[in-house]
Structures are given as C-alpha cells and as structure tokens.
Ligand binder design. Structure first.
Ligand SMILES: *Cc1c(COP(=O)(O)O)cnc(C)c1O
Length: 395
C-alpha cells in the first residue's frame, strides 16, 4: 500500500514509510536502536548489496523515513541528516568543488549564509547572492563555472516567493544543479521536484516533526545520478540522523494535513486582524495580493502555512521591548512549525546583501516573525491587542 501512488496525498500520509507486516502487525515501525548490525556470514559481509551494514550508514528506521520523504516530495531517493542545516550543507558540498561558482538566493535561511560565507568560500567555492524576485533574469548571473543555483521559496523572514520553474529551466539549460529549500511547504504545500528541480531539502524540525522536540533534516533527489554523490558525501562526512527523531518525524507525517490546516486557519485570522492595525507598517505573507511573488505562490502552492511576519512602525527600543515582552502567548524563540505560537525578531540588515536592507528600528521599523500555533485564535488576537497597548504606553 505504501507504494501505491494512485491514492490521494492524505491517504498516502497515513501509510508512507511503514510496513506492519514486517513486524508482527505493529502499526508503527519499531525503534530499533542501531550501531552494530551483524552479518549472517563472511559472504554477506563482503557482498556490496547487503542492505544494512552499520547504523550510521543506513538502518531500518532511516530506510523507512527516507522512503516516506522521497514519496512525499515525489522524488527518487532521500538522505536523512541530523538537522535541516546539515541537509543544506550536505547538498551544497555534494554538488560543488573548488573553483566553482554557486548562486544563492538572498532571502536564505541566515545560518546557511554563514555556512556559505565561512565554509564554502574557505574551500575555494565562490558564492554569489541574488535577488529572490530575479526569475529568468538569473540567466545573466550564470557563468561557465556555475555549479549550483540554490533557492528557498518562500524565503526566510519575509517570504519572497521565487519563480522556481523559471529558474529551474535556466539551470537545466546550463547543466547546473538546482536545489530548493522546501521547509516552508514541507513537501505538503509544494513539491519542487514536480517543477523539474534536481534537489529538494528541508528542515523536518519544523512542520514534519510539528512538536518542537526534534532536530532533523532530509535531502530528496530526482534521480540516481544525483543520489550517488549525495549519499557518498554523507558517508564520507559521517552524516546520519537519530532513529528516535526519525520515528517522531514519521509520526508527524500522519497529522501533517490536519496540523497545517489549523496552522493556516489561525494564521489567516491573525493576518486579518493585523491588517487593521496602524502599528503595523507592512505584513509579509504570500497569501496577500501585494506580497512579493503572490501570483507565483497562487500558481504553484496549495495554500498557506502558519507563518506571518510584520514590520512594526518605526518606534523606540522601549516600545519594541514593551510590545514583545508583554505578549504571553508569543514567547521569543527560534524555529517554527510546532503546535505553539512563537515570535522571533529578524535582523534583516545582517542577512541580506544582494538586496540590502536599510534603516533601523527607529527609522524603518523592526521585522518580527510570528509562528501561529493551535491556540484559540481569539486568545492570540487578545494577546496581540495587549501588546499594542503596551507599545503605545511605552512610546
Ligand atoms: C529552520 C530552518 C532550517 C534549519 O533547520 P534545523 O533543523 O533547525 O537545522 C533550514 N531552512 C529553513 C528555511 C529553516 O527555517
């Protein structure tokens, strides 16, 4: 059943990555904690086709998880990693070498900018950032030695939606590997491989896990030629994921549809409320008609997730702190995709270069990212209302 691609996505989410018949009919795959795996005999040890050799290199749980994620992303095969960030670094290292040039979207997940500037460049790989709204204009940046075009759509912090199909076409014409960070859609709201992308990766820490209790990543590829260097680099670097985290990710898949529905419904109600607030200079959410890439989002994506960012009106530091600190249901914290609401300030100046971000909070306002959880939305809105009152009191 898990192999049956004819079923609709919701049906497959209930089945992918599990095989009760393999273990006494137990519904979920057992957590087999693994390092050493014993071989039947010396012949099995020397046989290159032996399925599992050592925990780090692949085990029953990674096979189940990677199979499910390849199915979710409509890909060929997957490699699991210990975090979303290691999925990014693994993918970049697998398809580049010294002397190459890589094009990276400016609205990337900020820690991947750190990896690119500090580590990739140390190994002689030239990194160039590009405007997320570039579309087919990316062709003008392609060089003889361009090895990778890296996308993230919608982007981090302000959610610019990229024209992935257009950029993928340019990559294909130049024999360049196209990679998409698909964490925002988590393989559920969008599948880049169906638009011809070579590689889709994501942080499963977010919506796949869904409960703020794991760090996990995955890289899914379109074909065997892309899989071979990816798997080899993962083996060479000793990259692997914990079996319990992968178990929780598989469990998260079963409720991905219902959770995403609730996240997005609550986010929509919060967005509606924020649109009436003078304290908010701008709202960043792909569902809004004036949002960067809104039309592309409507064309390519199935819907919204539970994230929205706001640009506060220019204000004093005291007013900013009063707003954030008076919120009870939006504690300050990194990450997103869980059942609980969060707020994270975004320091835009330090994470954009191709399209520089100017100003500071007293002249241009501060970007705050809200992750909307499953709380009653009337409580969430009342909390924000209290925040704005504190904002005015401190202004
Ligand atoms: C959080 C995040 C990551 C990194 O995931 P971790 O599991 O925290 O390492 C990568 N990409 C995006 C877009 C993210 O938001």
């Amino acid at each position: 059943m898990a192999d049956d691609k004819d079923y609709k996505l919701k049906t497959r989410l209930a089945h992918m990555g599990r095989a009760p018949e393999d273990y006494y009919g137990v519904v979920n795959p057992p957590i087999a904690r693994t390092s050493t795996i014993l071989y039947e005999d010396l012949a099995a040890y020397t046989d290159p086709n032996t399925e599992f050799r050592y925990g780090r290199m692949g085990n029953p749980m990674s096979a189940a998880f990677e199979g499910a994620m390849a199915e979710l992303e409509c890909g060929h095969k997957a490699v699991s990693t210990g975090s979303g960030l290691s999925a990014i670094s693994l993918a970049l290292l697998s398809y580049s070498k010294a002397g190459d040039h890589v094009l990276i979207v400016d609205s990337n997940y900020p820690p991947m900018r750190g990896f690119s500037d500090q580590t990739l460049s140390r190994f002689g790989i030239e990194v160039e950032y590009y405007d997320p709204m570039i579309g087919t204009g990316i062709a003008d940046l392609v060089r003889e030695n361009t090895a990778i075009i890296y996308m993230e759509s919608p982007g981090s912090a302000t959610f610019e939606v990229q024209d992935v199909p257009a950029i993928v076409q340019v990559a294909k014409n130049g024999g360049i590997v196209s990679i998409v960070d698909n964490s925002w859609a988590s393989g559920y709201l969008y599948q880049p491989l169906l638009n011809g992308a070579d590689v889709s990766l994501m942080s499963c820490t977010k919506y796949i896990g869904g409960h703020s209790d794991i760090n996990l990543g995955v890289v899914v590829v379109a074909n065997e030629d892309l899989y071979k260097p990816l798997k080899q680099t993962a083996l060479d670097m000793g990259i692997c994921a914990g079996v319990e985290d992968m178990y929780y990710a598989l469990r998260g898949l079963r409720t991905l549809d219902v959770r995403m529905k609730r996240n997005s419904e609550n986010a929509q109600a919060v967005i509606d409320y924020l649109q009436g607030r003078d304290e908010v200079a701008k709202i960043y959410a792909p569902c809004l008609s004036n949002h960067a890439g809104h039309e592309v989002w409507k064309r390519d994506f199935k819907g919204m997730n539970g994230m929205v960012s706001i640009l506060l009106q220019p204000c004093t530091k005291a007013a900013l702190h009063a707003f954030v600190d008076s919120l009870k249901l939006f504690p300050v914290g990194s990450s997103w995709g869980g059942y609980e609401s969060l707020l994270q300030p975004q320091y835009m100046k330090s994470c954009r270069s191709a399209v520089p971000w100017s100003g500071d909070i007293e002249t241009e306002g501060m970007v705050l990212r809200l992750q909307i959880g499953f709380e009653d939305v009337t409580d969430l809105i009342a909390d924000l209302e209290g925040g704005f009152a504190a904002f005015h009191a401190a202004s």
